[in-house]
Design a protein around this ligand. Sequence first.
Ligand code: ADP
Ligand code: MG
Length: 300
Amino acid sequence: MSEAAGAGDAPDDEAGVDAHAAGPDSAESASTGLDLGSGGPSVSEEYPLQVEGLRKSFGGITAVDGATFEVERGSLTGLIGPNGAGKSTTFNLITGMLQPDSGRVTFDGEEITGEKPHAIANRGLVRTFQIARELQEMTVLENMMLAPKAQRGEALWRSVTPGFRSDVVEQESELLERVWNVLEFFEIDHIAEEYAGNLSGGQRKLLELARALLTDPDMLLLDEPFAGVNPSLERRLLDHIHELRKQGYTFLLVEHDMELIMENCERVIVLHQGSVLTEGTPAEIQANEEVIEAYLGGNV
Ligand code: ADP
Ligand code: MG
C-alpha cells in the first residue's frame, strides 16, 4: 500500500485529524500509549458501519454478491464464512482497496463508497495491512513512525519557524514515546531496529496491528489477525481488543477459529457465497441449521 506516499499527504492528514475532534489524538493519549480512548469515539449513531447490497465480480467469479449488514457501535462483531465466502473482498470493498460493482458503504452516517483508502482511514475506519515490500526494507520503528496519521510533524516541518520547530520536536518525542509504548505492549520493542522483512509471521502480524492502532481508529477491521501468533499473545491481544471495545471502539473480525469467534464476539455475521446467510448472537449462530450446512458443505 501507499502509506509511504501518504506520509507526504499533509492536507488529508490534517483534515483527518481535525475531523477526529473527540478522538484520542491528544497529547494525553500520546503519553499514555495504548490508552487510545481518552474520549473514545463520539458519534452517537447505533451502527457506525452499514453495508448495503455490496457486489463485486472478478471475471466470472462473483466474490461478493449483494452483502448487506450493519455493525453495532462498540461491538466486537465476527464475520465468518467458509473459505472463499468473500470476507476479505468485503473488507477490501469497505476500506476502498477495491471498488464495488454496485452497493453502498456508509460510515458514521456518511456514504464512503468509492473513497480512497487513506481518506477512509482518516475517517477512523482502519484495517490492518500487510507490510508492503518497501516497508520491509525499513525497521520496525521506522514502520511505526510512518503509520498513517502518525506523521503530523512532517506537515509542520515544511513551514518551519522558531515557534513551530519546538512544536514539531515536542510532537515527535510524544509520538516516539507512544510508539515505544505500543511496541512494548506487543512485546516487539526488542526488535525495534530489526528490518520488518526479517520478522517471523507472528511478529509481522503484531507489527501490522500495532501500526493500525497507532492511527487512532474508531473502528478496526481485522482479517485473521491471530494467524501465526502464539496462544498466550493471542489471549493478550484479545484482552486488549475487549478493553478498547469497552471504551467504545468497534471491531469487525474475520477469524476461522470458531471457538474464538463464539467466545469473544457479541454478534456474528455469516457470509456464504458472497452474501449474508444469517446474523445473530453466537448462541443463535451455533444453533442455526443453515450455518451448519454451509460449513459442512464448504472447506472451513
Ligand atoms: P474469503 O476471504 O472469505 O476466503 P475472498 O474474499 O478472498 O474470500 O475470495 C472470494 C472469492 O473471490 C474467491 O473465490 C476468490 O478466489 C475470489 N477472488 C478474490 N480476490 C480475487 C481477485 N483479486 N481476482 C480474482 N478472484 C478473486
Ligand atoms: Mg480471506
